[in-house]
Design a protein around this ligand. Structure first.
Ligand code: ADP
Length: 724
């Protein structure tokens, strides 16, 4: 994980002089004690909206909702923007004297022709002669041969990512189809969902089926919670959460007990509507009773979460990190992280929550979409100042204060990999339902937006994951009171064009073909997972392209994280018994067949008990998923049943051991039955944590009339913070 930050360090050295000037007026930061020296916050004073309601009601009506959804932009304005951007492309409009903070591979634009295309052109000239550098195809240079077939991209559904996408395609010299194409394209770029275009039967789509659903706040919390039950230590990067309305009583009881035990505790909670985004509808409370007072008897679907009271501050301001993560494939699992991201700053100096400041949205919420409407918001052409900065500029700043940024970065990588591992089981169910094996369909990839908060002790905390992170490269600017226009945003362009361009490069069908062949190469999918492709060179990308701004983290770090993929193995068994193509729910017969084939019933657990177990769990989950139209047992319910069965077999063991033992039994039984059946269970996954022997507390499922799945013992990091 270190190469990237070795480079950062070198660049840091180079810019030391410039930094030392800037650093003179910033607060002192160190790993142990961060943000203690007061400094002036000298933002340009505009309008004071800083006391506006926390649900953002004061925002201009000219804004529409949802991150990544289309907003109306005046056509003329857009063409002006395009012109301005091409000026940028020529490198003419760099406004500031800021040191260049660009991490290698994230350059805003490649000067002139790309190295890649430059190479291709030079090789084209050699098609008849000799090219020493590459292999041959039809007696000609392979790279030149590749040029013969231009990659095609359907951009007709790209919506707000269109501008950044166009720039990326131009840089790669690929062919864009803005109105779609009668024949198939290689890549389809959707702005919202996999289903933006229902008629795709080949190629690659930039969305996975089910990703939007999985990343709604409740589902994300559920997926992470399942992992927390098995691996509490590994998944403690996600704040303690309760799902509303169903867990309101539990929330109340647990907090009352907590306060009874320690009267000095003053926790704060953040309430987030399930399908909200951009800070909409979010509010802070200090006691569960406040929830009733605010929402009345009808508590809406939401997640209430422990509020991180001691975030890391820069210039006395709270900020969060938006990181772009590419899930390149689910099978085998491939994850890339963009080396550059964005840091979004609050616009009112931070104070720990108190009854007085709970509604200060510009103090507590880092959302750009909210803070842009603060009079204190600073638009900057520099990537290292203002209210939206590059993540690397924040890292430089921290490094210059002695923070171990290598550790911060590797903790972030671990957080990302673990989160994706939590999402994969259900994503596989969605995938199989939409693109059943044997049915013609595209393959999928997706760029996700991870929102991460650094705590004062530098521990990263996951806030949420966006299925449609905004890829806009313009930002809103208030041109006259209440009227906002879109103007080019150099910081956004810097980061987002690199992410899209390099995602495309990784999805280049020629690269992909080569990659898939080398990864599957006659072996099983399990073998493909453990292939180490440690460098871009192995991806076949190093021929002549500039280095990627996306860093592969999985399968690169398979060894460290594969042991966490336990729920995925349960999902593989679930998928095997789903039966009917296109369904996501297991019927009673499928569940019975699972029990029978895995030899789980015996004299003390009859098939009648199996039926009761099925009905009991399925009914309760149906109540928790009121929107679902499909009947039957969903994956989460199956996991609950699996945990119950596991606990029943080996009562004395910790839950994780119980589950692993049952998995061995099931996979062994199924493997013995039919080698030809698909999909095969993932037996080759390492199941023990090489780094830790800690175990979770035993779970007791008392009767088939099941109790809810166990909750972790309550420990709020508000307390942990105090200790740090
Ligand atoms: P949305 O999708 O509406 O943006 P988020 O979960 O990202 O919802 O929350 C909005 C903002 O609230 C975040 O950007 C962050 O600044 C703040 N926030 C969210 N969760 C927490 C938390 N648990 N502790 C502290 N701040 C939080």
């Amino acid at each position: 994980m270190s190469d990237h930050y070795e480079r950062v360090k070198i660049e840091l050295q180079q810019m030391k002089e410039v930094e030392s000037e800037a650093a003179a007026d910033v607060e002192q930061l160190s790993p142990a004690s961060v943000s203690s020296v007061p400094t002036d916050v000298s933002f340009t004073a505009r309008r004071d909206l800083s006391r506006s309601s926390i649900n953002g009601r004061s925002r201009s009506k000219s804004r529409s909702k949802a991150d990544g959804y289309e907003r109306q932009v005046n056509a003329k304005q857009l063409s002006d923007l395009t012109q301005q951007k091409s000026d940028y492309a020529q490198g003419q409009s760099r406004v500031s004297n800021e040191p260049d903070l660009t991490i290698k591979g994230t350059a805003r634009l490649l000067k002139g022709k790309t190295a890649a295309n430059g190479h291709v052109e030079s090789c084209q000239r050699q098609t008849e002669g000799k090219c020493e550098d590459h292999g041959k195809e039809d007696g000609k240079c392979k790279v030149a041969a590749k040029k013969r077939r231009t990659v095609t991209v359907d951009t007709s559904k790209a919506k707000t990512s269109l501008e950044a996408l166009k720039m990326s395609i131009r840089q790669l010299k690929w062919k864009e189809f803005p109105m779609g194409r009668r024949t198939a394209c290689d890549i389809y770029w959707h702005g919202v969902s996999f289903h933006d275009n229902e008629n795709i039967v080949s190629g690659q789509v930039n969305k996975f089926p089910g990703m939007i659903e999985m990343l709604r706040k409740i589902n994300l919390s559920r997926a992470v919670r399942t992992m927390q039950e098995l691996f509490p230590e590994e998944y403690n990067f996600y704040p303690r959460s309760w799902i509303l309305p169903e867990e309101y009583q539990l929330f109340s009881t647990q907090i009352r007990l907590l306060k009874d035990n320690d009267a000095t505790l003053k926790p704060t909670f953040i309430v987030k509507p399930d399908s909200g985004s951009q800070g909409d509808g979010i509010y802070l409370i200090r006691d569960p009773a406040d929830l009733r007072a605010i929402s009345g008897s009808q508590i809406k679907q939401a997640v209430v979460q422990e509020y991180i009271q001691k975030p890391l501050l820069i210039d006395k301001l709270k900020f969060d990190i938006r990181l772009y993560v590419l899930v390149r494939s689910l099978e085998p699992l491939e994850i890339y992280i963009a080396k550059e991201g964005l840091s979004r700053f609050c616009t009112e100096p931070y104070q720990e929550p108190s009854q007085k400041n709970l509604s200060h949205v510009f103090m507590h919420l880092t959302n750009y979409s909210l803070n842009v409407h603060s009079g204190n918001f600073v638009h900057s052409d520099s990537c290292s100042t203002g209210s939206k900065r590059t993540f690397s500029s924040v890292l430089y700043r921290l490094a210059s204060k002695g923070v171990d940024i290598k550790k911060v970065w590797s903790d972030i990588i671990a957080l990302v990999i673990k989160t994706v591992i939590a999402l994969v089981p259900e994503l596989k169910v969605y995938y199989q339902a939409d693109i059943p094996p044997g049915k013609p369909g595209p393959t999928c990839f997706q760029i996700l937006g991870f929102d991460i908060l650094l705590m004062k002790n530098l521990k990263p905390v996951l806030l949420e994951v966006n299925a449609n992170p905004s890829m806009r490269i313009e930002h809103e600017q208030e041109v006259s009171p209440g009227v906002f226009e879109y103007v080019p945003s150099p910081v956004d362009e810097e980061v987002k064009v690199g992410v899209i361009r390099d995602t495309l490069r990784l999805m280049d069908p020629a690269q992909r073909k080569q990659h898939v062949t080398s990864n599957t190469g006659g072996g099983s999918p399990e073998e493909a997972i453990v292939v180490e492709t440690g460098s871009d060179e192995k991806e076949g990308l190093a021929d002549s392209l500039p280095s990627l701004c996306l860093k592969q983290v999985f399968p690169k770090y398979t060894k460290q994280f594969n042991y966490l993929r336990v729920v995925e193995r349960i999902a593989v068994i679930f998928l095997r018994f789903l039966g009917v193509k296109g369904t996501m729910r297991l019927g009673p017969t499928g569940f019975r067949t699972f029990i029978r084939n895995c030899k789980l019933s015996n004299s003390s657990f009859s098939m009648a008990s199996v039926d009761i177990l099925y009905i009991d769990i399925t009914r309760r989950w149906a109540g928790m998923l009121p929107d679902s139209r499909e009947a039957g047992m969903c994956l989460q319910a199956f996991i609950e049943a699996f945990f119950y069965l596991a606990a029943r077999r080996s009562k004395a063991l910790p839950l994780r051991e119980q589950v692993l033992l049952l998995l061995e039994v099931c996979e062994g039984a199924l493997e013995g039955q039919s080698h030809s059946e698909k999909p095969r269970p993932h037996r080759s996954h390492t199941t023990t944590n090489p780094a830790s022997s800690q175990s979770s507390a035993p779970t007791t499922f008392s009767s088939p009339a099941l109790t809810r799945r166990r909750h972790r013992p309550l420990q709020l990091s508000a307390k942990a913070n105090t200790e740090n």
